[in-house]
Design a protein around this ligand. Structure first.
Ligand code: PMP
Length: 440
């Protein structure tokens, strides 16, 4: 049984040295209330808190744990790499092999630069786009989160959505004025902004399938439309697959949309993170060699990192991708469908208006009378939903031993390690949580 007092002591102690007691804002339970669980260990589909309580985990480190926590092959690869040295500040063959595997899965990523976080990847992608085009402006979409890059925080989702901040203090007006924010899924707005300022726009950056305002799938033709418009105006298309990459399919959202959904387009620059590091700090930028070779040391766009391509982190990424075969994606797809359908059934049984939004194997629940046919398409619609029902739902699940993302704006993440026992525990917890949501 979870010991609230012991966990609270850990949180109190944390708050004496860490702002808000955490090193990343959404972890603080700001939008659901209560004390964040302090975690001591995790394996497979489970995490354990410092008081010894075990939870089925639907956060999965916010995406990286595609194989489940502490997968034996990944842990072994990390241990072997660590024994050979933690960091060299010199090239290694491991980095080459990881880049080769990324290109095998996403051929348009001809050349790849490894960095340590998704934020670095999008920051570099934006600089590269400006360097390549000589233009200043970036177009982004409301509700899309691309990390805490100054120019990309305007109307961002994820933790920024939670705190209801328009962006962030500390971002200058000059920087903010070089980012144009448009409603998601609205190609007319994109056409219009390009008609007005096309010659100044370096790139459109978009989440391949947005998952930081809850799940808001791209309408059929949206990503293709972005490709068409950017090409027509000589601007680049940056496809942020930090969250979707190597999770929604072996080749990410681009691979899923072009093979399974029949779309046809190729972005210029891809950003990857999360799964590509298997739980260790690895992220990447990939694109055509002519573009990527504008990066230092070959070109004029500067980018560097003491720990970029870190050998231990790269070992985790390589082992993760090596194990992520078709059976892994099939299991993640299957478990997502089971949990999404059961969640919807439990809420319907209690008369709670809701919609489970899905993009491939990513899903999240939105509360309220949402357009059932077409679904929720924009951040404004998400913000107008009955978000007040989520804290009660979240805490009922937590009390029943299921760890959901502590925010209604986040995707639920499953892993291939979610076996029938773990899934059964989630299904058992849902009816009580649906009751709590109904009473909220
Ligand atoms: N892009 C997307 C789509 C993301 O979901 C995230 C993180 N959730 C980032 C970028 C930033 O990655 P990181 O937190 O590793 O900096």
């Amino acid at each position: 049984m979870h010991d609230d007092a012991a966990n609270h002591l850990a949180f109190e102690r944390a708050r004496l040295v860490l702002p808000g007691g955490v090193n990343s804002p959404v972890r603080a339970y700001g939008s659901v209330g209560g004390d964040p669980r302090f975690v001591s260990s995790a394996s497979g589909p489970y995490i354990r808190d410092v008081t010894g309580t075990e939870y089925v985990d639907l956060v999965c480190s916010w995406g990286p744990a595609l194989l489940g926590h502490a997968h034996p092959a990944v842990v072994e690869a990390v241990q072997e790499a660590a024994a050979r040295g933690l960091s060299f500040g010199a090239p290694t063959l491991g980095e080459v092999e990881l880049a080769e595997e990324i290109r095998r899965r996403v051929p348009a990523a001809e050349h790849v630069r490894l960095v340590s976080t998704g934020t670095e990847a999008t920051m570099t992608a934006v600089r590269l786009a400006r360097g390549a085009t000589g233009r200043p402006l970036i177009v982004k979409f409301a509700g899309c989160y691309h990390g805490h890059v100054d120019s990309l925080l305007a109307e961002a989702g994820s933790g920024v959505a939670n705190q209801a901040l328009p962006g962030s203090a500390g971002v200058t007006e000059a920087t903010a004025s070089e980012t144009l924010v448009l409603p998601y899924n609205d190609l007319e707005a994109v056409e219009q902004v390009f008609a007005e300022r096309g010659s100044e726009i370096a790139a459109v950056i978009t989440e391949a399938a947005p998952a930081n305002m809850g799940i808001v799938p791209p309408l059929p033709g949206f990503n293709e439309g972005l490709r068409r418009i950017t090409t027509a105006h000589g601007a680049l298309l940056i496809f942020d697959e930090v969250l979707t990459g190597f999770r929604v399919s072996a080749s990410g959202w681009w691979g899923y949309e072009t093979s399974t959904l029949g779309a046809s387009y190729t972005p210029d620059i891809f950003t990857f993170g999360k799964v590509v590091g298997g739980g260790m700090p690895v992220a990447a930028i990939g694109g055509p060699s002519v573009l990527m070779d504008l990066l230092a040391p070959l070109g004029p766009v500067y980018q560097a990192g003491t720990l970029s391509g870190n050998p231990v982190a790269v070992a985790a990424g390589r082992a993760t991708l090596a194990a992520a075969d078709a059976s892994v994606y099939a299991r993640v797809d299957e478990v997502s469908t089971t949990i999404a359908d059961a969640t919807s059934a439990a809420l319907s049984a209690e008369g709670v208006a809701h919609r489970v939004q899905r993009s491939g194997n990513l899903f999240s629940v939105m509360f309220g009378d949402l357009a059932q046919e077409v679904g929720t398409r924009t951040y404004a619609q998400v913000q107008a939903s009955d978000t007040f029902r989520y804290p009660a739902f979240f805490h009922a699940m937590l009390d029943a031993g299921v760890n959901l993302p502590p925010s209604v704006y986040e995707a639920w993440f499953v892993s291939a390690a979610h076996d029938d026992t773990a899934v059964g525990r989630i299904l058992d917890a849902l009816p009580g949580a649906a009751k709590a949501a109904a009473a909220a």
